[in-house]
Design a protein around this ligand. Structure first.
Ligand code: NAP
Length: 240
């Protein structure tokens, strides 16, 4: 892919970290955004020759400063991956205002702020790849994850609408909607729940962060130049 500059939000752990490694292995300069996991982000940045940058994606000022600093440092941004996310399992009736706001703030507002901050640069260059990270629950809904499902469905809506708006500017916008992936996000699930989900999956197992990173890599590559507004689902066939 050449010397492209990639900003990945929530890249200190899990899928974001796997994507950071994948894009670095492909010759990209990677900005590793993090919020709490500073040590992990800095170690990862060191490992891949990237740049660790702290910003809370729920704060538009911090996100704007991160993008401005990145552009000062690297003079370009080619690919933005809006990956930072939080999930929550609760009965709908138990959700507080704060629960609801938090899930939307990270998953939806976070993508909005990051894209808005990067967009003038992309439009100026008439180029850019925007990738969002939804979830299969954003496609089909999950019991006890209504807030998360709604937020991830919003991410898909944002992707499709924005692809239409930005196509004429030479910018593509695509989404990955992973199935169950082995990261900290699923650490809270009981082992029997994970086993049941693996058994329900046609490919018979849960996925790896590296497999999601491959889907992101493909959508960011020139091989996907004519693809926009699409949702690619590395989910082992759990949702078809
Ligand atoms: P994870 O292991 O829990 O990692 C979440 C990442 O998001 C961390 O790097 C965390 O950074 C970052 N983050 C959270 N809040 C943030 C904020 N306010 N500002 C900046 N960064 C923030 O999760 P994951 O499984 O890799 O999930 C990555 C994405 O994939 C999420 O959007 C998730 O919804 C989606 N997804 C995951 C699965 C799955 O099964 N794992 C399935 C479908 C979709 P710090 O640790 O530095 O705070």
């Amino acid at each position: 892919m050449g010397e492209k500059v990639v900003l990945i939000t929530g890249a200190s752990r899990g899928i974001g970290a796997a994507a950071a490694r994948r894009f670095a292995a492909g010759g990209c300069k990677v900005a590793v955004n993090y919020l709490h996991s500073r040590e992990q982000a800095e170690a990862l940045a060191k490992e891949i020759g990237g740049w660790a940058v702290r910003a809370d994606v729920t704060d538009p000022v911090q996100v704007q400063n991160m993008v401005d600093e990145l552009l000062d440092k690297f003079c370009q941004l080619d690919i933005l991956i809006c990956n930072a996310g939080v999930a929550q399992q609760k009965l709908f009736g138990d959700l507080t205002d704060e629960d609801w706001r938090r899930v939307f703030a990270v998953n939806v507002d976070g993508a909005f702020y990051a894209i808005r901050a990067a967009l003038p640069h992309f439009i100026h260059r008439k180029a850019g790849k925007i990738l969002t990270v939804s979830s299969m629950w954003g496609q089909v809904g999950a019991s006890c994850e209504v807030g998360y499902s709604a937020a991830k469905a919003a991410v898909i809506g944002l992707t499709r609408a924005l692809a239409k708006e930005l196509g004429p500017s030479g910018i593509t916008v695509n989404c990955v909607a992973p199935g169950v992936i082995a990261t900290d996000m699923n650490r809270g699930l009981a082992p029997e729940t994970l086993t049941a989900l693996a058994e329900e999956t046609p490919l018979g197992r849960i996925g790896t962060p590296e497999e999601v990173a491959q889907a992101l890599w493909y959508l960011a590559s020139d091989d996907a130049a004519f693809i926009t507004g699409q949702v690619l689902a590395p989910n082992g066939g759990l949702v078809i």
